[in-house]
Design a binder for this molecule. Sequence first.
Ligand code: ACO
Length: 329
Amino acid sequence: MISPQKHIRSVVRGIGSYLPARSVSNADLEKMVDTSDDWIVQRTGIRNRHIAGEGETTSTLATAAARAALDDAGLTAADIDLIIVATSTPDYTFPATATQVQAAIGMAHGAAFDLQAVCSGFVFAVATADKFLISGSHKRALVIGAETFSRLLDWSDRTTCVLFGDGAGAIILEAQEGTGAISDRGVLTSHLRSDGRHREKLFVDGGPSTTGTVGHLRMAGRDVFRHAVGMVADVMNDAFKATGTTAADLDWFVPHQANRRIIDASADKLGIPHEKIVVTVDKHGNTSAASIPLALATAKADGRIKPGQLVMIEAMGGGFTWGSALIRW
Ligand code: ACO
């Protein structure tokens, strides 16, 4: 006789975030490059961003977010057996930033590794952690998006330096038994895509195996914009199809925070009302893999996201990579 199927779900147990103290406004940038608050706000919706200070690195930001998530969950490092850090700005070429977070929180068991999918990194990390948890191999995962993009920017290039910021966000996913229905709490579905033919549109012009340097971020902004909306709409539709849900079922839409115009156009394409969108790009800029967990933490802290609610996350970034995940909080 076939035993009844167990449905393990990866349920959000806690969330935390960290932003560096140094806050940089558009007016501050006007003093550094030929730009204006008007131009930046109109084209991107960004008004402010945080920049890591001396002594702060991706792992220190990630560790602060991880500690906040552990506190929120009422757990300690002993309760975690997997750490995934999504980042494109690791402390070092190796070891993985995740191992530095592991050491900093006092954890010497389990496994820790980095995942690199640029701005889509957090969605890729959630999907990866979910696969580990539902397989039964691990019980609780710290899933972190952390970046110090300020260290990759060409601060003389006004077309890119005004867009990005630093920060970190973390969630704890815990394997819990569900029913298999979409009323279950946890990650209900995830959809990941990539297409390496788009490298030239958004890349860093250095690396250990090419130039032997770190390099600077380069972007053909218009080309990225042109692809972004269609790509994220595709993977959100995949999530709706896989779960039999529609945009009307969403409580919150928490997109990657790159640009207000991309966010609004994506929501409009899918018929998601603007009052359901969580927007933090105005305050944080584009923090790449950190942007979604920072936005989730903001909306959880101010009481918008509540247990049982249906939350869509999505992102698109360098590669290109893109993906979505539907989570019942
Ligand atoms: N301040 C003032 N003027 C500027 C600035 C600036 N910071 N940057 C560019 N300009 C000028 C350009 O030089 C150009 O001047 P010109 O007409 O005299 O040549 C003019 O503004 C228009 O430039 P465009 O690049 O065509 O401006 P566009 O309307 O496309 O906006 C932007 C640029 C904001 C980058 C837009 O293309 C965009 O948002 N693209 C998406 C890219 C993105 O968000 N990437 C993030 C990483 S990927 C991701 O996270 C999804």
